[in-house]
Design a protein around this ligand. Structure first.
Ligand SMILES: Nc1nc2c(ncn2[C@@H]2O[C@H](COP(=O)(O)OP(=O)(O)OP(=O)(O)O)[C@@H](O)[C@H]2O)c(=O)[nH]1
Length: 598
């Protein structure tokens, strides 16, 4: 297939605006799959993704399309993950394309995620085709949304395509627009091979499969390839197209998007953003933009039953076969015993990993409150990265603590702006910008410490705006903060896993609230439990969990044995997530409560 007949494109959209449904329609209309093969959502292949309705791992499809001009074209759809945690992956997918469909829900209009992704696409000089989806909805207002796209994003929306992925209306117009408006890929078919890895995943039978966009030359099965970023060579076992079912071919040529299989064992060795070349005829330089995955959030994961520690490590080893972004190291906590300290790209990534460990590997885990990465400058002139409050160097050794700041972009109906601004200010936000994007919607930008956003900011934002706000953020820089470590002592002993790093101005209040909260969470024991909050040696709050006098089951009247049994079972289930600290049992909620205090 000559380069002239190839179109490489992505779909960018805010969550739920219909990206997957449109992708399915395109696959269906080009006959790539029979109806029977066409599962409800082909592109979202993992169970958890389907349940949550989000796309985690990018996958793609090569579609054959005969256009109205009678010519056959190859349309390579490169799917992108749809969440802020995966911005780097999105940027690599977009780098592999010449065009993008910008899908906007015609009833909802432009959202924060739409903006962020459009800016990424513009950075890569992509031809952007605005698509207004869901025009079948009675509440759809395509004209108004077109105007919004022009005013807010600054894109010409006069030839935006109106479609309904639900009914199939307008899908043919999308296919024609891809052929007519997206430029064909450029490249030197005879030069030394150069291909960009846009996704890698682990397959039980094939090992690591990488999806790559070839810029120059040809990747031939049987040749020897090199991953330039990690500097490793492999024999290239096979290459193929995703149609979306894998179809092996002898080689991938310039302009192609296809799969590369080289018997690689872990996805860390075939990283997104790396350049593949021929080991015997290497490209003089790699493609720009290769970055190591950088974890932003760290949390301790501890098995409830310490006998499961080896299982936890084995499970993480298996998960990292398929996830280049996860990092972990052994950690011992005097309170929680043996566990691991895990690094994640963001909160969603953390939730996914936790859920997979529990669901797929049947592990019961206690998770400590997630922390951002702090940079601590020491009195001896050196500096260290701190991933856990427990590792914070002593006060007399510290010169300064620096914390990561983000730029948060929030869109919400104007009537909720007061509530949004209050929330952002509470979280130490500094307002940067505020714009009306329509008569009723406002976009507001705040610089905020990442630590204030990590845990429940999005939930709070949603409830302050009745679910109408959308949020996007990007990393800015590290800034010095007046930060202190707040410790929680249970019966006089500090529990390392309950320590948090907080802003000094809020420390007293947080300490008092936290002690109160712990009192509510910690079940009554056979003896009094003292809960104290402290900064350094100074105790700032104290609460007592009073001893239990009676057996709980004594509350049940008469001999209603089923009720009694139910109560005991309920207690047992509750126990699953308890950690014994000294003589006191601490439930899982306690470890997360440290970040949920208002
Ligand atoms: N009425 C109507 N509903 C649609 C249309 N397209 C998609 N939907 C529905 O909108 C919801 C979101 O669609 P998805 O295709 O999963 O959205 P997405 O953008 O892929 O979402 P993420 O994968 O979470 O990013 C689903 O319930 C779809 O059935 C449409 O044209 N009309």
């Amino acid at each position: 297939m000559s380069l002239e007949k190839i179109r490489n494109f992505s779909i960018i959209a805010h969550i739920d605006h219909g990206k997957s449904t449109i992708a399915d329609r395109l696959i269906q209309m080009t006959g790539a799959l029979t109806d029977r093969e066409m599962k409800e959502q082909v592109l979202d292949s993992m169970d958890i993704e389907r349940e949550r309705g989000i796309t985690i791992k990018a996958q793609s499809a090569r579609l054959r399309y005969t256009a109205k001009d009678g010519e056959e074209y190859i349309l390579n759809l490169i799917d992108t993950p749809g969440h802020v945690d995966f911005t780097y992956e999105v940027s690599r997918s977009l780098a592999a394309c010449e065009g993008a469909l910008l899908v906007v829900d015609a009833a909802q209009g432009v959202e924060a995620q739409t903006m962020a992704n459009v800016y990424l696409a513009l950075e890569h000089d992509l031809e952007i085709i605005p698509v207004l989806n869901k025009v079948d909805l009675p509440s759809a207002e395509p004209e108004r949304v077109k105007q919004q796209i022009e005013e807010v994003i600054g894109l010409d929306a006069s030839d935006a395509i109106e479609c309904s992925a639900k009914t199939g209306f307008g899908i043919d117009a999308i296919l024609e627009a891809l052929v007519k408006r997206v430029p064909p890929p450029k490249g030197d078919p005879n030069g030394p091979p150069k291909a960009l890895v846009v996704d890698s995943w682990y397959d039980n039978y094939l090992g690591v499969v990488s999806l790559a966009r070839v810029y120059d030359g040809e990747l031939k099965a049987g040749s020897k390839i090199r991953f330039m970023g990690v500097g490793m060579d492999y024999p290239l076992d096979a290459v193929g197209y995703l149609t979306p079912v894998l179809q092996k071919v002898p080689s991938l040529k310039a302009g192609d998007v296809g799969c590369v299989m080289a018997g690689i064992k872990v996805v860390k060795d075939a990283r997104v953003g790396d350049t593949i070349t021929d080991a015997r005829n290497p490209a003089p330089e790699a493609l720009p933009g290769f970055e190591e995955a950088k974890p932003m959030v760290f949390a301790g994961l501890y098995p409830v039953d310490s006998a499961d520690y080896e299982d936890l490590k084995e499970a993480l080893e298996k998960l990292s076969l398929n996830d280049a972004a996860i990092s972990y190291e052994t950690e011992t906590s005097p309170a929680l015993g043996f566990g691991v300290r895990c690094g994640f790209l963001g909160m969603l990534h953390m939730e996914i990993i936790q859920e997979r460990l529990e669901r797929e590997f049947d592990l019961d885990l206690v998770t400590t409150a997630p922390t951002v990465v702090y940079q601590v400058e020491l009195t001896d002139g050196t500096s260290v990265e701190v991933h856990s409050p427990a590792d914070l160097p002593a006060q007399n050794k510290r010169e300064a603590i620096l914390e990561p700041f983000i730029l948060a972009s929030i869109m919400a109906p104007s009537e909720y702006m007061g509530a949004v601004m209050t929330l952002c200010t509470e979280r130490r936000g500094i307002q940067r910008d505020m714009n009306y994007i329509s008569d009723t919607r406002v976009m507001i930008q705040y610089e905020m410490p990442l630590s204030e956003v990590v845990m429940d900011f999005f939930d709070r934002l949603k409830s302050a705006t009745k679910g109408y706000a959308s949020l996007d953020y990007q990393m800015l820089d590290y800034r010095e903060g007046k930060l202190v470590k707040l410790d929680i002592l249970i019966n006089g002993d500090p529990v390392d896993a309950l320590s948090v790093i907080v802003h000094a101005d809020k420390a007293d209040m947080r300490g008092r609230e936290l002690a109160k909260k712990m009192k509510e969470i910690i079940h009554r024991q056979m003896f009094d439990v003292a809960v104290q909050a402290a900064i350094g040696a100074k105790i700032i709050a104290r609460e007592t969990v009073k001893a239990l006098r009676k057996n709980v089951t004594a509350k049940c009247y008469g001999g209603d044995i089923t009720r009694k049994r139910k109560l005991l079972e309920k207690q047992k289930a509750g126990k699953k997530r308890m950690k014994q600290i000294g003589r006191v049992e601490i439930p899982q909620e306690a470890f997360l409560a440290v970040l949920k205090v208002d």
